[in-house]
Design a protein around this ligand. Sequence first.
Ligand SMILES: [Zn+2]
Length: 435
Amino acid sequence: MVNGLNRLIELGDDLHMTWQFSAPAGTEVVSLDEAGAAGLMVVKLRSTSPIDLACPHCGGPRTKNGTRIVRFRDIPTACGQAVVIDWLRQKFVCSLCHRSSHDQHAAFDRRRDMTVRFVEWVGKEAAERGFTAVAKQTSINPKVARRAFRETEKKLGADVGLLSDAIAIELIDLAGCKRPAIIDARGEFVFEVYVSSQDMQTRLPAFASDYLRQHEHPMVVADLSLFPGNEGTPRLLDEAFGPQVERLISRASLEREVVHRIWGLCEPLLDQKYPDRHTWRSVRAVFFRRRSSMKKIARRHLQVWEKMLQPELYAAYMLKEDFLDIWQGQAKSFSEDRFDAWIQRAVRHSNLRLDALVFMMLSHRRQILAFSRYDFLDGFYKRLSAITSLDKNRSARSFSAARAALLMRGLSKEREKLNELVGQFADELMATGKI
Ligand SMILES: [Zn+2]
């Protein structure tokens, strides 16, 4: 019996590729007709799974009672030809209740005339190219494509067993908004994205309890703005993860918060001094730049601030730079001494009212310092924007399509790793002679 079929596909003059029909697990190919009616490729299959001889109605013994052919849509060929599977489905009749029943198989969707892998394929393709394109290519109803996508979407971000013991909860830019996302900090992939903080609020508790059940001593790195005590944010993480989980604050969000808050205090000062000026955009741009990466013109601005016009602004700029420098130097990681020295400088700062910022930093001191104990987190945050961003064409898509594309990327990466591990394990077993 043939289990697959190689076919040479002509793609233009000199480009050839081989496409192989692979039968779903637990089935075998009976026959294959490349040029079926209406340009379809028709593959006839039958199940190779062991037959369940218990009647689904009464549990009594059932016996074979002929077959019938049921047609299912399957993934198209490499060059886009539509494929249908004719499943030679076994029929049974019960010798106890005399009712008829038929064979079930995991490869075929129970409610639709589509293979399970076709439903998944539609979902994945819809995330990549949009529903309309997929519906057009497969000539299935766009509504059906959309439903298939929704189901695949639901399955995404569901298996917490895939996650490592270190996860990050960060606000990421997706489909035009900042959205809270759960990202595996060791595996460096996005596991879940919530449409809004409110959405996260309803769904995080279930995620957290599931995650905690499957992971020992997990670590949660979170965006500072998601911590309680910051302007009206819910006590979400405390409630979801409980006190036993090690909670850290990410350097990226800390830096963002400090830089924005100091600038936020500078602006009113500038407005007071120059009431006629309406925009501080160019000043802001200089303020946000690091001194070490400044070009000549920006440096000159800074000098002008320092020497003549804006001593307060210059002092604020230096306070910001000092904060970002806490991570520089020998140890290459966050220094407790440098952090405390910065707090002292901020407390003594004369022009700006930094009490709120200092208070916030002190209240999270333990969580901030804990972050620097884990080296891998530094590399993770360097790559964070690459991990969480899609290319520009995709960012214009709807939230759910963008989410699906991000999650699909993570899932396939994890599956690859898992397969590799299983392969390694098998090799080891072979080497030690256990199999
Ligand atoms: Zn029966």
